[in-house]
Design a protein around this ligand. Structure first.
Ligand SMILES: [Zn+2]
Length: 451
């Protein structure tokens, strides 16, 4: 098959040539090319004749896939990585994460965000849903805008909570007003690559009024809703004591449910909550690495998939994982559920779907990213096969899910722009980003008295 592309003279063009193309439109693959025109995919075929002067990326001995999607991360937590160990969720929050977030100043927010975004991009993740902290969210968006990530995010909202330091507890109206200001500034910015999400942290740090008015604000403006829910047994029990209902059921009663909502974790659910999540199309962010590290439990993903739920993967925060690698989450999602359901409980192709089009669907981006299709936004990752654990090369899903890591990421394209080439971040000086993060992380740990 040969395709000739016309009418591209006034657009940037890029040919990703000679790779094993895994378009995620089914479970197939073929050797071929992907042509990008402007910020969209123009052609995906065995042979594409590119216009003269078209830039090229070499995909020989490599797999070409849609860029990976993570449905729950916290890039602002990056400076607390490796410093919040051996704690379950509520102690982890009270003793480490909340004091850390309360102490962050704008320059540290910037250093943290750039560390996290650089790690995501170099690891092949092209779209995320992120939750910030209560302040400094403009800086986070500025970093995402500059570095080229497709980024949906919102400041954390929290107006109460046991053990929340004074610097993080917000006035309810001020939290809503600041969220609305941020949404007006950032939703749809960078040609639509940036979107705003309203992000009340979780039930235990939000009044019912804050939750209700947040839902109203989201629906008035078309912003996504994002919160944590039913992550940990103690959290879930406290929510039931406070509200008389299950966590997910309570949120649904307040309107925080449906296809514009993503709930991180959903580990501890009753039957009605599972049915409600499926019926309403509420998105679920499955974060197996974080759930294991904090001993939270194991979300029953085979059951949720069988019920028809929308699910994606997420690394959660660097202090609870301790990496933002989609490969780590994929390997866990492909193995962890065997404990309850037997070998092959979530097969490798399904895991790859969670990391691509199912994740995109969870974020409301399913018609635009997550598959290599002409007309889709050009978010693409090229994974080199020149690695020990890739051999002998077999079915791509098995090779990627069980045999690959971030070291396999060769090239990354977001919105038609090459952001990683030959494993090197192009939009920032990686050594400078890491150097700033090390200095800032050391300084904040010293201020907080962390050994
Ligand atoms: Zn989280």
């Amino acid at each position: 098959m040969e395709l000739t592309i016309r009418k591209m003279s006034d657009e940037r063009a890029l040919l990703i040539r000679g790779g094993t193309v895994v378009p995620m439109t089914g479970r197939g693959w073929f050797t071929g090319d992907v042509l990008v025109a402007g910020n969209r995919i123009a052609a995906v075929a065995e042979t594409v004749q590119a216009p003269a002067g078209c830039a090229t990326l070499d995909a020989a001995d490599a797999l070409v896939l849609p860029g990976f999607v993570q449905t729950h991360v916290h890039v602002v937590q990056s400076l607390a990585r490796h410093r919040a160990e051996e704690r379950p969720l509520l102690r982890w929050l009270r003793e480490r994460i909340w004091p850390y977030e309360a102490a962050l100043v704008a320059d540290e927010v910037d250093a943290a965000a750039r560390l996290g975004i650089g790690e995501l991009l170099c690891g092949g993740t092209t779209s995320v849903l992120d939750m910030g902290t209560t302040h400094g969210q403009d800086v986070v968006f500025e970093a995402a805008e500059a570095m080229g990530l497709r980024f949906t995010s919102g400041k954390a909202m929290m107006d109460l909570g046991d053990g929340v330091p004074p610097g993080l507890t917000e006035d309810t109206d001020a939290s809503l007003a600041e969220s609305e200001r941020l949404g007006r500034r950032w939703h749809g910015a960078a040609g639509g690559r940036l979107r705003y999400a309203l992000a009340p942290r979780f039930v235990l740090s939000c009044s019912e009024r804050l939750m209700r008015e947040t839902v109203g604000l989201a629906r008035r403006h078309g912003y996504m809703l994002h919160t944590h829910a039913s992550e940990n047994p103690d959290e879930t029990r406290y929510v039931r004591e406070l509200t008389g209902r299950g966590n997910v059921a309570y949120l649904a009663d307040l309107g925080m449910a449906g296809t514009d909502t993503v709930l991180a974790h959903c580990v501890h659910l009753d039957d009605d909550e599972v049915a409600g999540l499926a019926r309403l199309g509420t998105g679920i962010a499955h974060c197996p690495g974080s759930n294991l590290k904090l001993a939270s439990g194991i979300a029953d993903v085979p059951r949720l998939l069988a019920a028809g739920c929308r699910i994606g993967l997420g690394a959660d925060g660097p202090p609870c994982n301790n990496r933002l690698s989609i490969f780590h989450e994929m390997a866990l999602a492909g193995t962890l559920h065997n404990l309850r359901h037997g070998a092959g409980a979530v097969d490798a192709w399904t895991v790859l779907e969670l990391a691509t089009w199912r994740g995109a669907q969870t974020l409301g981006l399913g018609s635009q990213v997550g598959r290599l299709l002409p007309g889709h936004l050009a978010d693409i990752v090229v994974l080199g096969l020149d690695a020990w654990s890739a051999e002998p090369v077999a079915e791509p899903a098995d090779v990627i899910v069980f045999g690959m890591g971030v070291e396999n990421v060769r090239h990354v394209v977001v919105d038609g722009r090459v952001v990683v080439e030959g494993g090197r971040l192009l939009s920032e000086d990686a050594a400078r980003v890491r150097g700033r993060a090390r200095a800032a992380g050391t300084a904040i740990a010293a201020r907080l008295g962390w050994s």
